[in-house]
Structures are given as C-alpha cells and as structure tokens.
Design a protein around this ligand. Structure first.
Ligand code: SF4
Ligand code: SF4
Length: 374
C-alpha cells in the first residue's frame, strides 16, 4: 500500500473555530455557491481521509480540485489555516494513490509530451517574439518568458524586450530549453513531474552562468524563487518578477519615461505576486511614475485581492468556470471607473480578456504601459 502523504500535514490541519469567514470569502464558493466548495468542508474532508474514515474516490478527488490555491481564505481565517498547503498535499496524495482525475492525467500527458501544460509544440514556443537581441555573451539577466506568454500572450514579452533594449540591459533567453516552471504540475499534485521540470530549467539556467533571472509570470517567479528550494532543486540565482526589475531600472535612471499617461488606471494584485511573494508596492510605484492621474483602487486589493479565477491549476481542470470568474474583477474595475485595468500576470490578463472590452476597459500588462510611455 502506498504511504499516505496526509500525515505530513496533520499539524497544518489546525484548530477550526467554525466561524465560516473562509466560506464567505472563498473565491470559488463566491462563484459556485456549492456547500462543498469552501475551505472548511474541504479541510474537513482531508482530515476524514487522513483518519481513514473516508477514502479518496471520484467525488472526493474532484472536490479538492475546486480551489484556486489563492490563499485569500487564510487572510480571513482566525486560525490561519494554510489551505494551499493542505490542498496541494491532498492532491499529491490522490495522485500517489493512482486516483488522479482525467483532467489531471491529461495535464500530466501534456507536460510529458510538450513540456507545457497547454499541449503546444515545444518548437513553436516564442515563434513571433523578436529575440534577435538575446545573446548569452555578457548577458546581465536571463528573461524567463513562461508558457502562456511564450505562446498566447506574446504582447507581454514583446513589451518586456523593448524595455530591456530601451534600458540597455543585455539579456538572454533559454529558447527551446525553457520548459514549464513546474508550478501547475506541483499544484495539481504531480510532484514528480514538477521536479523533472524544475531540474531541467535549473540545469540550463545554471549553465548560462548568469546570476539574475526575470520572469513576467508571477507563478514562474514564485516557482523559481520559493518552490525550487522546497522541491530540492538547486538554483543559485536572484529571481525577480518583471515589476520589481522595471522599478529597479526606473530607480537607477536606466529607464526614462517621456510621456505620462492621462488615462485612469486600476491595478489587480495577482495571488502569486501579492499574497505569495508580498510584492504590492513595486507595481503601484511604477503606475505612479507612468500616470498623471490618481491610481484608483478596487474594493478587494493587496492582501485581500480576489483571485482572477485561474489559479491553482483551475483553468486547466475547470476551463469554463475559471474563464467566467475573471468578470468579478472586471466588474470592480468598471465600478471604480478606470480606463485601463492593469495586470502583472499573463494568466490574470487572459482571465480578464473575456469581457474587459465589453465593460469599456482597456486591459494591459504593466510592461505594456511602460512602452506606451517611452
Ligand atoms: S485558497 Fe482561494 S479558492 Fe481555495 S479555499 Fe481559499 S479562498 Fe477558496
Ligand atoms: S475561517 Fe478558519 S477558523 Fe473559520 S471556519 Fe474557516 S477554517 Fe475554520
């Protein structure tokens, strides 16, 4: 019999006051209103499986997939239940017991065959992104483009490359050797696959000899910086999300803005950048330099920001619902009367793209705003 991983998290399944604040705030429950789609019932379920009172089966395995791992509930929980760790471990336990749902198996197959979770050919990664300036010689930074930006959200790396060139930053990319960072696999319980991805990336990053890596995707930044060490993957480089690097270029005077924007901006905090990496100020400080207008804050911001709906592998396993959930943020951005909803995550941008224009909103990554101001 395969050893259960759940005993490893018995300390994380902490005392619960049954206050149900988590249910009221859960980004998934907010949308589905299903009783089982809330933190407390999910943790209860995991504890019952841990004690041998219930087993994993098709229904219970599906229930634990209904979580964005966004961490919002933890901000409200009196006992600070770490739902992301509990759900991630439970998902890994389901996979280890050979009971992975079809949706997870299909992500695993994509990662195995194509090295990205979207099933896109590896040799088409970055096609259309002008990488002529990428050069390993004297490179100051590696630009880790990421899967979604590498295929479907290429406007973000295109903008980022213009920024690097405008600031005179010599850069290189991993080209065909950049694989998925591994975070989607890890979050869906595919820990061996995540480790395989991380070891491949770490090997090629290390071989460049470059000591700084920039990622446009907060999930990639989190994986490279915070998760690889936990997975036992050695990577001795400084990792920065592109907002932090852009702020640094502005502070050092290497990047100069010429045309302040007059449109009204509002900013959405991505979960991995905000709650996971505690980066809230760098993006806002950039916006203040880019815009002449006051930055409008939505109701749910910083530590209390809502997930776009796609986090935690949810877009990969519940595509339709994840796509619809982004409309809560576009509603808020329209409510505060912003002209532009600014993002710092390709997955958030993808989620908001469904209906932002219907609500009169322009949608831009922070890197795109910068090139509008150069
Ligand atoms: S991490 Fe997010 S989606 Fe998951 S239970 Fe907490 S609030 Fe809900
Ligand atoms: S917010 Fe925390 S303490 Fe309250 S019901 Fe949810 S898990 Fe329990």
């Amino acid at each position: 019999m395969v050893k259960s991983l759940l005993d490893d998290i018995s300390d994380e399944i902490w005392f619960c006051y049954q206050c149900m604040m988590c249910k009221a705030t859960c980004t998934i429950h907010h949308y589905t209103r299903r009783e089982e789609d809330a933190p407390e019932p999910r943790v209860h379920l995991v504890e019952l499986v841990r004690r041998g009172i219930l087993d994993w089966n098709e229904i219970s395995a599906e229930i634990i997939l209904h979580c964005n791992l966004c961490g919002l509930c933890r901000e409200w929980c009196a006992s600070k239940q770490d739902i992301s760790t509990i759900m991630t471990t439970a998902r890994a336990d389901v996979v280890n017991q050979g009971l992975a749902p079809d949706s997870v198996v299909s992500v695993d197959e994509c990662l195995n065959n194509f090295k990205n979770a979207y099933g896109k050919p590896l040799d088409e990664r970055f096609n259309g992104i002008p990488l002529a300036g990428s050069n390993i010689n004297d490179a100051e930074v590696i630009y880790f483009i990421g899967c979604l930006s590498g295929y479907d959200r290429q406007e973000i790396p295109k903008a980022m490359i213009k920024i690097l060139e405008a600031a005179g930053v010599k850069y290189t990319v991993l080209k065909g050797e950049e694989w998925c960072c591994g975070l989607p696999a890890y979050q869906l319980g595919l820990q061996d696959r995540a480790k395989e991805m991380s070891e491949h990336n770490a090997k090629f990053i290390t071989a460049t000899g470059v000591k700084t890596i920039i990622a446009s995707c907060p999930g990639c930044a989190r994986a490279l910086k915070l998760e690889y060490p936990k997975w036992g993957t050695k990577l001795d480089v400084e990792v920065m999300h592109h907002t932090v690097f852009i702020k640094k270029l502005l502070d050092e005077g290497r990047l100069k803005l010429k045309k302040p924007l007059t449109k009204k901006l509002t900013y959405h905090d991505p979960c991995h950048l905000g709650r996971d990496m505690e980066i809230y100020d760098a993006p806002r400080e950039i916006l203040k330099q880019v815009s002449e207008s006051e930055i409008l804050e939505m109701f749910a911001t910083r530590e209390k920001a809502l997930c776009c709906g796609s986090g935690g592998g949810y877009k990969l396993t519940n595509f339709e619902q994840a796509s619809n959930m982004g409309s809560r943020i576009t509603d808020e951005a329209a409510f505060v009367k912003a002209d532009i909803l600014v993002t710092a995550c390709p997955l958030c941008k993808e989620s908001f793209s469904k209906d932002a224009s219907e609500k009169g909103l322009e949608l831009k990554d922070i890197a795109e705003l910068i090139i509008d101001s150069l």
